[in-house]
Structures are given as structure tokens and as C-alpha cells.
Write a protein that binds this ligand. Structure first.
Ligand SMILES: CC(C)(COP(=O)(O)OP(=O)(O)OC[C@H]1O[C@@H](n2cnc3c(N)ncnc32)[C@H](O)[C@@H]1OP(=O)(O)O)[C@@H](O)C(=O)NCCC(=O)NCCS
Length: 141
């Protein structure tokens, strides 16, 4: 939970989607260095609800390795697409787009409508959510 709260500040929200989701973890010896939660969201579609790496282990490639593993898992399982929602700025946008995710929609005011407290990143308030989609038919192998 501590790890998942890095990606989503609402424990209540996390607890609401965990039961219907798959949770993938990456570990290094006995240490969990990454967690990723994915929920089915329609025919052949799955939503990446959360991905997080502990602060001391960030920027070492574990997040990318876990994301790639999860993408390969869903591609090989015959899924049509993976979706993710994220803020409109920040390094996370490049993190997803590097793996082929494309912007498909903007949810205006998502973060103010769905969270009781304002959320800030790098001192900037998050208002809108960008919806990104990775369509497996658009990407090779
Ligand atoms: C997003 C996250 C899972 C990426 O995992 P990671 O192991 O740190 O990522 P990687 O080491 O594979 O690096 C991927 C890129 O993100 C960048 N990055 C990672 N953490 C960063 C940070 N805190 N600030 C700036 N850039 C960062 C890396 O520098 C790298 O970019 P580069 O290849 O241009 O150097 C991790 O940073 C994290 O847990 N963040 C907090 C939770 C979060 O925001 N989750 C996503 C919710 S949408």
C-alpha cells in the first residue's frame, strides 16, 4: 500500500480497484522494487491503475522494466489495448509514451472532481487527466 500510495494519493480509491485487478511486482533479492496494478476495463482492454517504484530505487530502470514486462504479458495474452490515466505534465508522460502509449483523451478537472484535496506535483496543481492508450495492433511484435 505504501508503494501504491506514491502513484495514487487516495488509499480508498486504491482499495476500491485492487480486488478486481491483477497486481504485478518486481523484486531484487527480497526487496520489492516495483508494483503495478492493472484492471480489466472492457472487451480486450485493460487499465494500468498504478505503477510505482520506491524513491530510493527510482531512476534505475526498474519502472521501465516492470512496465515493459506488463505490456508484453498483456500483448501475449491477446489483449487489444492497455490504457492509463496520468497528469498533463511531468516525466511520467515520457515514461509511458516511450513504450508506445498515445494520448487519446483529456478528462478535464478529473483530479479536482475525484479527490477531496488538491494534488500538487513540482509545485503545480494537477487539474486534468490525460488518457493514454497503447493499441497492440499499432505496435510491432
Ligand atoms: C513513474 C515510476 C514508476 C518510474 O519508475 P522508475 O524506476 O523511476 O523509472 P526508470 O528508472 O525506468 O526511468 C524512466 C524515466 O523516468 C525518469 N524518472 C524517474 N523518476 C523520476 C523522477 N522522480 N523525476 C524525474 N524523472 C524521473 C527517469 O530519469 C527516466 O528517464 P530517462 O530515461 O530520460 O532518464 C517511478 O518514478 C515512480 O514510482 N514515481 C512515483 C509514482 C508515479 O508517479 N507513478 C506513475 C503514476 S501516473
Amino acid at each position: 500500500m505504501e508503494l501504491l500510495l506514491l502513484a495514487d494519493p487516495s488509499e480508498e480509491k486504491i482499495r476500491s480497484y485492487l480486488p478486481g485487478s491483477k497486481c504485478f511486482t518486481a523484486s531484487l533479492d527480497a526487496v520489492v522494487v516495483g508494483a503495478c496494478v492493472v484492471q480489466p476495463c472492457g472487451e480486450g482492454a485493460h487499465e494500468l491503475m498504478s505503477i510505482a517504484v520506491p524513491p530510493d530505487y527510482q531512476k534505475s530502470g526498474y519502472g521501465t522494466a516492470l512496465l515493459k514486462w506488463v505490456i508484453t504479458y498483456y500483448r501475449n495474452s491477446g489483449a487489444r489495448q492497455l490504457e492509463v490515466g496520468t497528469g498533463t505534465f511531468g516525466y511520467q508522460l515520457a515514461f509511458y509514451q516511450r513504450q508506445g502509449f498515445r494520448v487519446t483523451r483529456i478528462d478535464h478537472d478529473f483530479f479536482v472532481k475525484n479527490y477531496p484535496e488538491p494534488i500538487f506535483e513540482d509545485g503545480i496543481q494537477l487539474f486534468d487527466m490525460l488518457r493514454l492508450t497503447l493499441r497492440f495492433s499499432d505496435t510491432a511484435g
